[in-house]
Write a protein that binds this ligand. Structure first.
Ligand SMILES: [Zn+2]
Length: 266
């Protein structure tokens, strides 16, 4: 973990505690080509050292890499009511743009090496963001038919978190502002999967350096483990993170058990 992750943790725990909610831990290791068990051991170790304790999903640790069955079931349900199809386009074919649906009419077979997409359909989605206010997005115009599983048979972030938020009855999603643009497509996908009421979202500020860049390259690159070795206490790390995003005026130490104060004190 680096300081940016501490910012996320203090928003998650602070808001959950301030609102009387429960925190669910989830290892988002849906892409097994990128995630390694050693990373999640380090994350759990850092969270424990900082003093952030989850209420659910920690014993045993809830891992997306263990939830393949749930994702396969969700995809089968989705395919029964929505248009799901195979796509042969690589990331390079699409070139970072909106996917134009060029494989939709090809009826490609269910073969290895092909990805899977779902038609999101036209129209707007609305969601409430506790910091940004109402979010109104048109997912189809943003991304086109959504990738749910890639060419290497890995579930995508968008699909895995939407299925998890639905099956785990998540009502508040707290995450960085860089994910705000994903909200509409996740709300739409959840609706296609049968979810009635969307979660409330809070997209919090990202750690910014002096030039408005993410701080992760400067102080944040010193991971929590390094700060710890340099003699920082957990409260000092949390206090520093809180000050960096303007949740407190000065970087005075703040214990994990007290982070709700940032959201309840006038
Ligand atoms: Zn395609």
């Amino acid at each position: 973990m680096h300081l940016g992750h501490v910012v996320n943790a203090l928003y998650v725990w602070g808001l959950a505690r301030a609102l009387g909610g429960r925190v669910r831990l989830r290892m988002e290791d849906h892409d097994r080509t990128r995630c390694r068990p050693v990373f999640d051991t380090a994350i759990l170790d850092d969270l424990a050292w900082l003093g952030f304790e989850a209420d659910e999903g920690h014993a045993p640790v809830d891992r997306q890499s263990d939830a393949g069955r749930a994702y396969a079931d969700a995809l089968a349900r989705l395919a029964a009511t929505s248009t799901v199809y195979r796509c042969r386009c690589s990331r390079r074919d699409i070139g970072g743009h909106r996917y134009d649906g060029r494989c939709r009419a090809l009826a490609l077979p269910d073969a290895a090496g092909l990805s899977t997409r779902v038609v999101l359909g036209p129209g707007e989605e609305r969601a409430l963001d506790g910091l940004l206010g109402p979010l109104v997005q048109t997912p189809d115009a943003q991304c086109g038919d959504l990738l749910v599983r890639d060419r290497h048979a890995q579930w995508t972030y968008q699909f895995a978190v939407t299925v998890d938020d639905l099956r785990q009855h998540i009502t508040l999603v707290v995450r960085g502002a860089d994910l705000a643009s994903s909200t509409g497509r996740q709300v739409r996908l959840a609706r296609l999967l049968g979810r009635g009421t969307a979660p409330v979202f809070v997209h919090h500020p990202l750690l910014a350096g002096p030039h408005g860049k993410k701080l992760s390259k400067r102080l944040g690159d010193a991971g929590i483990a390094e700060l710890r070795e340099a003699g920082y206490t957990p409260a000092r790390v949390i206090g520093l993170a809180a000050a960096e995003v303007g949740l407190q005026p000065e970087p005075q130490p703040l214990a994990a058990r007290d982070v709700a104060r940032l959201f309840t004190d006038p």
